[in-house]
Write a protein that binds this ligand. Structure first.
Ligand code: ADP
Ligand code: MG
Length: 317
């Protein structure tokens, strides 16, 4: 199969229709209708074999993960994902692999109404680069740099399960039901686009948790020129992490990556209203601390002692 039939079979065929795509795959560039009153968000992530995933994770799972980590970046900006391009480098032509990969892309894009509008296909070591384009109302983008002293810090879900999933892959076997759940957390994270209206209404700053809460909150604080103090007793730890990691559970929640929940800040005065709206919508977000003037991260222990918290997460260099 040549490059062009490959593109048609596995990528052009899976791109579903969006009325704002004037044309997508097939020309030298895609052409899009960007609505007036909106800003365009663009975010790109590369997944490299043996760095971000292992080939035995399966092509379907790898494709889903590639889409989800990109969608999560758009969610963290308070936007809606719309279009994607895919730069794919493949070591060989493997029809079974490509079919599974293409199915994973199709299912993930369909879930978020994203059209695949173009890309590039090359031969080389397996690497997947996805660029997602999203929309946000003009002037309403939520940045990392907007947190102010006194703002409350929230996180959108229980933490540590994806990092435990990585641990489980190389560790001794655990009961099948737990294993399945952890693999789901690792391979199929749920980007929090559902929080978009609440972030739009209240968030002063936001970031998605890809490297780990401590590391990503530290990015948010540095960008905002502030520090933060977290409460040990309110950091939400996934129940399976508590079960399997016991004494190390908090470390998994604070420093483990890949959860793709959102960490955001809001003015203390808006907290009661946010809580009411989330409760009405059946959503749960967890208050985990407060933004402070003193730079750096701190952790208030169960006993009320304040310890400094060193950000630790995944770093490539
Ligand atoms: P060019 O030589 O102009 O860069 P290509 O031959 O690389 O064009 O690609 C042909 C068309 O297929 C383009 O519209 C391109 O965006 C699209 N395309 C190539 N690879 C992919 C891919 N992996 N996924 C989606 N679209 C792709
Ligand atoms: Mg090309």
């Amino acid at each position: 199969m040549d490059e062009f039939s490959l593109i048609n079979t596995f990528f052009k065929s899976i791109s579903h229709h969006r009325p704002d795509v004037i044309f997508g795959i097939g020309d030298d560039a895609a052409c899009l209708d960007v609505p007036p009153g909106m800003n365009l968000l663009v975010s790109c992530d590369t997944l490299v074999e043996d760095v971000h995933f292992k080939s035995h994770w399966g092509a379907y799972n790898i494709a889903c993960r590639a889409v989800m980590v990109n969608v999560s970046d758009i969610a963290a900006m308070g936007g809606t994902p719309c279009w994607a391009t895919l730069a794919l480098t493949l070591p060989t032509y493997d029809e079974v692999w490509l079919k599974c990969f293409s199915d994973g892309l199709h299912d993930s894009f369909a879930r978020f109404n994203i059209a695949l509008i173009g890309g590039d296909t090359t031969r080389g070591p397996l690497s997947i680069t996805l660029t997602i384009h999203g929309l946000v109302e003009k002037g309403h983008v939520i940045k990392r740099s907007g947190a102010s002293v006194g703002d409350k810090i929230y996180v959108s879900g229980e933490l540590g399960a994806a990092a435990l999933g990585v641990d489980v892959l190389t560790g001794p076997p655990i009961p099948e039901a737990d294993h399945t759940l952890l693999m789901k957390k690792l391979f199929h994270p749920h980007p929090r686009v559902d929080l978009q209206p609440y972030l739009q209404a209240f968030a002063t700053a936001a970031i998605d948790i890809s490297d780990g809460l401590s590391s990503d909150l530290n990015h948010l604080c540095s960008a905002s020129g502030v520090g933060a103090c977290l409460n040990t007793d309110t950091v939400p730890i996934h129940p399976l992490v508590k079960h399997y990691k016991r004494g190390a559970a908090l470390d998994f929640a604070l420093h483990g990556g890949d959860d793709y929940e959102l960490c955001f800040t809001l003015a203390a005065k808006d907290e009661p209203q946010l809580k009411t709206l989330l409760r009405t919508a059946g959503l749960i977000c967890y208050p985990i601390g407060v933004i402070e003037k003193k730079l750096g991260l701190r952790l208030k222990t169960f006993e009320g002692q304040i310890d400094s918290l060193d950000p630790a997460g995944y770093k490539h260099f």
